[in-house]
Design a protein around this ligand. Structure first.
Ligand SMILES: NC(=O)c1ccc[n+]([C@@H]2O[C@H](COP(=O)([O-])OP(=O)(O)OC[C@H]3O[C@@H](n4cnc5c(N)ncnc54)[C@H](OP(=O)(O)O)[C@@H]3O)[C@@H](O)[C@H]2O)c1
Length: 231
């Protein structure tokens, strides 16, 4: 059994990954920025001995460092960075109406935070001997996405895809596989009720992809169904 860290485990895809990994008997370190208000996660964790909740706000470097200090040098087999923010309504991300403060805030959550998490937990991943760092990005990050608008979300996700690709190069000699994942269009608070797949389908696809990765795959951009996503 493995130790899996889920960053952004309170709802949606992160909560579903937490449930599925814990139900399989893995140890899950489930990270939430506000543990007191993580009611769904607290409920799931109260019924499982395999889930340990940790406070981690991905937009706060001090919070990431504190989580790293508490966890210490424990080996972690996989760190999955799920936490993300859409950056506001589509109407507020147009060329004519864009909230610059929100763009900076979203950059912290979607792009800079994942790099800081990667840095903070690199030694834990290396200690596993075969670590996996997976970053959830989006199809909106790809050059193939055909629609305009969504400047804040698309650019911050494109940037985090690039962060993942650079990490794969920088960690080429380390026992860590880095992957970037488009989880599908998923029925969550972010994806909405009319999205194509359920959180259960997305999480089980993500787990399937992650379990099959080898070092040669490091730096690849995947879809939840295992297809390679075009950049
Ligand atoms: N749903 C889709 O269709 C879709 C499509 C493509 C990509 N994605 C990506 O997949 C990931 C998960 O999406 P989702 O649909 O599950 O989203 P969601 O239901 O909106 O959940 C977002 C998660 O991110 C956490 N989060 C936000 N800001 C955080 C912060 N500063 N620190 C720590 N955690 C934070 C939230 O925690 P709180 O509860 O504390 O807010 C929540 O657990 C995101 O990165 C998203 O961009 C989703």
């Amino acid at each position: 059994m493995s130790t899996i860290m889920i960053v952004g485990a309170t709802r949606g895809i992160g909560l579903e990954l937490t449930k599925q990994y814990a139900n399989e008997g893995n140890q899950v370190i489930a990270c939430a920025r506000d543990t007191a208000n993580a009611s769904l996660l607290n409920e799931v964790a109260s019924g499982s001995e395999n889930i340990k909740i940790e406070q981690l706000d991905i937009a706060d470097a001090g919070s990431i460092e504190s989580a790293s200090s508490r966890i210490g040098e424990e080996a972690i087999d996989s760190v999955i960075i799920v936490a993300g923010w859409v950056g506001g309504m589509p109407d507020n991300q147009t060329i004519d109406n864009i909230d610059i403060d929100e763009w900076h805030n979203t950059l912290n959550i979607n792009t800079i935070g994942p790099l800081l998490v990667a840095k903070a937990f690199k030694s834990n991943l290396a200690a596993s001997g075969n670590g996996n760092l997976m970053i959830l990005s989006s199809q909106l990050a790809a050059s193939t996405w055909p629609m305009g608008g969504m400047y804040i979300y698309s650019t911050t996700k494109a940037a985090v895809s690039k962060v993942g690709q650079i990490l794969a190069l920088d960690w080429a000699e380390d026992p860590i596989i880095v992957s970037i994942m488009h989880p599908g269009w998923v029925q969550t608070d972010m994806g909405g009720p009319t999205a194509e797949i359920t959180a259960e389908e997305s999480a089980s696809g993500i787990r399937n992809v992650l379990s099959g990765l080898t070092k040669e795959d490091s730096g690849n951009f995947y879809k939840w169904n295992g297809d390679i996503h075009p950049w």
